[in-house]
Design a protein around this ligand. Sequence first.
Ligand SMILES: [Zn+2]
Length: 78
Amino acid sequence: MTAPFLSLPQILNRLALAARWTLRDHRPDPDGTCPICHTPDCRAATAAREVLEAIRKLRSGAARGGAAEQESIELLAP
Ligand SMILES: [Zn+2]
């Protein structure tokens, strides 16, 4: 799915798409448990929410200026 010469916005778009798929697949049942992980505290959904939040911060930082963008990129680093 990921070609070798994608721009940063293209990579972020693909990450956001994968995170949304993960959130949809791991949406809790009415009793609050994940239908895939069978736990009330789904790690995959938590990670997907964190990825989406990091991307949101990165995009808002890019809209404000370079310094904020650099700070947001560091949020994505392991
Ligand atoms: Zn899950």
